[in-house]
Design a protein around this ligand. Structure first.
Ligand code: HEM
Length: 207
């Protein structure tokens, strides 16, 4: 029997996703040495402390620009609905292997949707707060109290983003066959039928 595939992402979406991943790694590895002295060794990746400090904001802005493109093509599919409440209520049972109470899932499950909005919120806060203390360009426009608040917001949002990415990557690796969606752009019909039955029905016209 031949395996049948369904298209999940176009080439431009996938290239942009991997661009965002690269910029995330660059921003994270140049930002962590600025967060705490124990993480200073990460600055070697950028070529030393000064380069980490200079490059970090540019990498961050590029990541936000790439994600903004993803956001505007995907936000509709990530709106939460009543079934997502049921999904969350039964998520702990699903993690133990019991999927009997899970509602039928569309293009994304509730976990993916929550991670999507965590990405959006943390990146928005990182972007806005980062400008407030970006020396030497913008810092002079803002009072010292606002700059201090911005530093705390920036650090807290960075932690939320990193944790969200860890959950995102773990889920992508945990559900067998998912990585293919972002490496080839396609998934097997069985993967879709098993993990996203409503999306499968939409894509196959109810076959
Ligand atoms: C090495 C790191 C990463 C890997 C391996 C990875 C992998 C994947 C995979 C396999 C999918 C397809 C999931 C599906 O269609 O069901 C996906 C979707 C997606 N990824 Fe990533 N990803 C990574 C990092 C990131 C980062 C850093 C961001 C943004 C900050 C991001 C944002 C997204 C978004 C928005 C989607 C669309 C799915 C959704 O809206 O939930 N990814 N990723």
């Amino acid at each position: 029997m031949t395996t049948r595939y369904l298209r999940r992402y176009g080439d431009a979406t996938r290239m942009n996703h991997w661009f965002v991943v690269l910029m995330f790694l660059a921003a994270a590895l140049s930002g962590l040495p600025l967060l705490h002295p124990s993480l200073y060794f990460f600055s070697n990746v950028a070529g030393g402390g000064s380069w980490a400090r200079i490059l970090h904001p540019y990498m961050g802005v590029l990541m936000v620009l790439g994600f903004t493109l993803m956001f505007f093509t995907m936000w509709r599919d990530n709106l939460l609905n009543a079934d997502d409440g049921r999904w969350m209520a039964n998520a702990s049972r699903m993690l133990k292997g019991d999927k009997s109470n899970m509602p039928p899932i569309g293009k994304y499950n509730a976990g993916q949707k929550i991670v999507f909005w965590m990405f959006g919120l943390s990146l928005l806060l990182l972007f806005v707060s980062g400008f407030v203390f970006w020396r030497p360009w913008f810092v002079g426009f803002f009072p010292i109290l606002l700059r201090r608040i911005a530093v705390v917001v920036h650090a807290a949002s960075a932690v939320v983003l990193v944790l969200s990415v860890i959950v995102h990557v773990y889920a992508a690796l945990w559900i067998k066959g998912t990585m293919r969606a972002m490496t080839r752009g396609t998934v097997t019909e069985n993967w879709a039928r098993f993990n996203h039955p409503l999306w499968h029905r939409k894509m196959t016209g109810g076959e």
